[in-house]
Design a protein around this ligand. Structure first.
Ligand code: PMP
Length: 354
């Protein structure tokens, strides 16, 4: 039986990448040691690091006036690093559309003046109407894909300050015009690689604005000047992320991922919409292609659904503990067959219980 892992993160990684990592796990490039046993400064690892950065630059068409940093501390590390590096003595605006943008704003409030603008209109709709002039802010932060709520903002907000986006659950899932942003960041453990790594793509003119008390490990300029090796980086996570970048290139790049992701999401949403047994409360224009949330109309069947799904090889479908219900995370690594298997199971379950 095939096992499909719908975990929101750490999430499944491409089968081909895992097989390659397994094959070279104890003997990287005939060196007789694992890549995780190499010095981060040896030529073999430096090659891994440089190739990963170049492949990410190619995949996202990152312009030269942006630095790419491989940092520690996941996305929440960036919730602190961003205000420390960019806020100065000014104020920042956080757009709110779900759990993670709320958390990012709360963390930033610890470091200075933060204002918020709630995009939630009720009934699963979101709007920037009334946002007004944003030129007084040091930056505007938002989260294009809210992992917990299964909500996506596909239109990039028009703002007059550097735009900062949390791409943790959507990086490389579809094309993005990097030049519209001041800073992009993502925890790696969903669409990129193992946990322990955060990717930061930052316009170079924003590198040198950190407050003096910023911990060196969170300081963007320190990271950039040391090629993200100010201290020992998470080398294995960096290596495996690099293998995922190669895999995406081999598949045809981000455009191919985007096409597959659209089809997977469509399969699932079309099924949910057509079934009286399941529901999704997000307005169609704001539905996430990466995290498909849904509820059983009879919530009394939730535990049974999860147990039977698990027995059918469909793992980790439980919604986030804050919102309940179900969530199928279908990042780049999830094949269409996984989504088809889920729909087949949901059909069987509905027939057996209605
Ligand atoms: N932002 C988003 C959108 C996320 O989905 C997550 C993790 N689920 C985080 C931030 C926090 O990530 P980390 O655990 O890497 O700090």
């Amino acid at each position: 039986m095939s096992i499909y892992n719908f975990c929101a993160g750490p999430a499944m990684l491409p089968a081909e990448v895992m097989a390659k990592a397994e094959a070279e796990f104890r003997n990287y490039q005939q060196l007789g040691v694992s890549v995780m046993e190499l010095s981060h400064r040896c030529p073999e690892f430096m090659a891994v690091a440089e190739e990963a950065e170049q492949n990410l630059r190619d995949l996202m068409a990152i312009p030269d006036n942006y630095a790419v940093l491989f940092m520690h501390g996941g996305a929440r590390g960036q919730f602190s690093a961003i205000p420390m590096n960019l806020l100065g003595q000014g104020k920042a605006l956080y757009l709110l559309n779900g759990q993670w943008s709320d958390s990012a704003a709360k963390e930033a409030e610890r470091y200075g003046q933060v204002e918020t603008f709630d995009l939630r209109q009720g009934k699963g709709c979101f709007s920037l109407d009334g946002l007004g002039d944003t030129s007084d802010y040091r930056y505007v932060h938002y989260c294009p894909n809210e992992t917990v709520d299964g909500v996506a903002l596909y239109d990039i907000p028009e703002v007059d300050a550097p735009l900062v986006a949390d791409l943790s659950s959507c990086i490389l899932g579809r094309e993005l015009d990097v030049s519209r942003f001041g800073l992009l960041y993502a925890g790696a453990q969903k669409n990129v690689g193992p946990a322990g790594l955060a990717l930061v793509i930052v316009r170079r003119d924003l590198l040198d604005q950190a407050r003096p008390e910023t911990p060196s490990i969170l300081n963007y300029q320190v990271a950039q000047k040391s090629d993200s090796m100010y201290n020992t980086p998470p080398t294995f996570a960096w290596y495996l992320s690099g293998e995922v970048f190669k895999w995406i290139k081999e598949q045809g790049g981000v455009a191919v991922m985007a096409e597959r992701n659209r089809r997977k999401a469509q399969t699932l949403y079309d099924f949910i919409d057509a079934s009286p047994f399941y529901q999704n409360n997000v307005a169609a224009a704001f539905r996430s292609e990466m995290n498909v949330t849904f509820q059983l109309v009879d919530e009394g069947l939730n535990q049974r659904f999860l147990k039977e799904a698990e027995a059918a090889g469909l793992r980790a479908l439980e919604g986030h503990r804050i919102v309940g219900g179900m969530r199928a995370s279908i990042y780049n690594a999830m094949p269409q067959q996984g989504v088809d298997a889920l729909v087949a199971f949901m059909t069987r379950f509905a027939e057996a219980h209605q």
